[in-house]
Design a binder for this molecule. Structure first.
Ligand code: NDP
Length: 282
């Protein structure tokens, strides 16, 4: 039976640590504020933003959501980003993705000052990450590393395979695993014989966006399996990129969906906002 890598409990610990950090700043008369820019009404985005608001409240962080209709212009969003960049009360902010059709996210994300880029998706943040320089790190891959560390999963010298190469998850995940001295392979849609490469992994991180695609044939005996995928089941509830029931008996440890990487991502956003506040108001 595989050990369950409990993201819910680990995220609760991290949130308690963040709450403590916020309290310390408050004692010095300093506050932490996390803002969110939400354009349009994509139902998943609306839910995620609601979670971010309640998460912030729970740890004693201020937050404000700036809502726009789906036909908002790039100029309006750019003007708000400039304003938030200059607002000393705002520790950090994010642009909730995806943006409505016709709005290219990249120029907007690039406009966020790296010190306030709490999603860690700005090209400067990504460049600093790949060079091993201090930066705010993307929440999902950083959450995965924290989850592994806090469950004492060794990474140094181990073979790590990342399935997926998106800028949001796969690429920064590979960078962070490298930083932990794992030997890293990244797979994508042109990889030939995915099961053969994936099953070499001591640590397999799955971020394909393909519902329940990964099965026993992708997993070596005793591997640690991290499922980043999130998919809504028609009958209600969530599932991941991994066929949990089939993979769990082969794995030595595995993340559940829900209750694995999802809560860690949310906790790391709060962690980043605190880190940004400490750096900007110190
Ligand atoms: P993307 O769709 O941006 O990237 C998917 C990656 O998987 C791409 O690199 C793609 O390859 C690769 N891929 C897709 N299909 C296959 C295939 N059949 N064989 C091999 N490779 C394939 O997704 P994201 O990285 O943004 O997200 C991945 C998943 O994680 C999604 O389910 C998303 O909902 C979830 N997610 C969960 C979060 C959480 O907090 N738990 C946070 C963020 C995302 P190529 O580059 O060649 O196209």
């Amino acid at each position: 039976m595989a050990r369950i890598l409990d993201g819910k409990a680990t995220a609760a610990t991290i949130k308690a640590e963040v709450a403590g950090g916020i309290e310390e700043l408050r004692a010095q008369g300093r506050r932490v504020r996390l803002d969110v820019i939400l354009a349009g009404e994509d139902p998943a985005s609306v839910t995620y933003v609601r979670h971010k608001e309640t998460d912030a409240q729970e740890v004693g962080m201020d937050s404000r959501v700036h809502r726009f209709p789906p036909d908002v212009s790039r100029e309006e969003l750019s003007a708000l980003i400039d304003q938030l960049n200059d607002d000393r009360e705002v520790s950090g902010f994010i642009v909730q993705l995806p943006l409505p059709e016709g709005l290219d996210p990249q120029p907007l994300i690039s406009r966020i000052r790296p010190e306030k880029d709490v999603d860690g998706l700005n090209p400067e943040s990504a460049g600093r990450l790949s060079m091993g320089l201090p930066s705010l790190m993307p929440c999902t891959p950083h959450g995965v590393i924290q989850l592994l560390r806090r469950h004492d999963v060794p990474l140094e010298g181990r073979e790590a395979v990342v399935l997926g190469r998106s800028n949001l998850v796969g690429k920064p995940m590979a960078q962070l695993l490298l930083r932990e001295n794992a030997t890293v392979t990244v797979c994508h849609s042109r990889t030939t014989d995915l099961p053969a490469v994936a099953s070499r992994a001591d640590v397999l991180v799955v971020a394909l966006g393909q519902r329940e695609m990964v099965g026993a044939e992708h997993v070596g005996e005793g591997a640690v399996v991290v499922d980043v995928g999130i998919h809504r089941r028609e009958e209600g509830g969530l599932t991941g990129d991994v066929r949990f029931d089939e993979v769990e008996p082969k794995a030595s440890a595995i993340t559940p969906v829900p209750g694995g990487v999802g809560p860690m991502t949310r906790a790391m956003l709060l962690h980043n906002a605190l880190q940004a506040a400490r750096a900007t108001t110190a």
